[in-house]
Design a protein around this ligand. Structure first.
Ligand SMILES: [Zn+2]
Length: 266
């Protein structure tokens, strides 16, 4: 769910949703920035004098109220605007999966591999630059059917496991996967769980990821444009069939990627 805020108001948003904050201070201002959950949230100027910030609400964020404070400076003075974000519970449902025992109960070498790969992913997620690469509305990376799996709690072979952090899109192996917006490729790899993967930094704390690819068509460090082919759908990693796993992180919060599609965000 996307929520838009402009005045000094209260705002409701569901777990895993995003909030678009705007502020239009009077006069020539400098250093406009937001503060949310002890994190600095960057604002960017879209048209003269209008500043926008996107805030992600993690899918596991406990429901309740969280202040969002915007600060700017004008003529040596500091101004603030306080919004109250009310996070409501989302209905994520439960997914029961049955997988081969050797894919679930990992042996020590596999555990070691998984730990290393987790570190690589974490490092890629931390790489977002203070420059906005993305512009305008996002497109879906694959014109397939979203399965509604974002945020799902999971039981794998009867054991509770980590919730599902992205959306799975059904599409046949080989279907082109497109960059949903402009960005820089910060990670390409072949991972135990995620299979062949691409991670894109769209700037200002927005990161997207594409898992289980049959092929990757970009290299680390490449700048990609909206609609550019980055890979092809596959079933690599721990999966039961071909699909694209598409995930988005905004200020480190795991958010619903479809909240970005066909919406004017800048
Ligand atoms: Zn998935």
């Amino acid at each position: 769910m996307l929520a838009t805020v402009s005045a000094e108001t209260r705002i409701k948003v569901k777990q895993g949703g995003i909030v678009r904050m705007t502020v239009k201070p009077e006069g020539a201002v400098s250093s406009v920035s937001g503060r949310f959950k002890n994190k600095t949230i960057p604002y960017f100027e879209t048209e003269k004098g209008l500043y926008v910030a996107l805030v992600g609400i993690d899918m596991d964020q406990k429901p309740g109220t969280i202040p969002f404070v915007t600060t700017w400076r004008r003529g040596g003075k500091t101004f603030t605007q306080k919004n109250i974000v009310t996070v409501e519970a989302a209905e994520f449902g439960l997914q029961k999966l049955t997988l081969p025992k050797k894919k679930v109960d990992l042996d020590p070498p596999t555990l070691k591999r998984v730990k290393q790969e987790k570190g690589l992913m974490k490092a890629a997620f931390a790489e977002s630059v203070q420059e906005r690469f993305w512009k305008g509305a996002f497109i879906a990376p694959v014109a397939g059917k979203p399965q509604g799996t974002f945020g799902r709690r999971r039981l794998i072979n009867g054991q509770p496991r980590r919730s599902h952090t992205g959306e799975d899109i059904s599409a046949p192996t080989g279907t082109p996967v497109l960059a949903p917006n402009a960005g820089r490729v910060v990670l390409v790899g072949d991972f135990f769980f995620n299979g062949r993967s691409v991670v894109i930094d769209h700037g200002l704390g927005l990161i997207s990821m594409y898992f289980h690819l049959s092929a990757v068509d970009v290299e680390e460090g490449a700048q990609v444009q909206t609609g550019e082919q980055i890979g092809r759908v596959g079933k690599t990693g721990r999966v039961t069939g071909p699909h694209l796993h598409w995930g988005m992180r905004l200020n480190s919060a795991r958010v619903d990627p479809y909240d970005f599609v066909d919406v004017q965000l800048d």
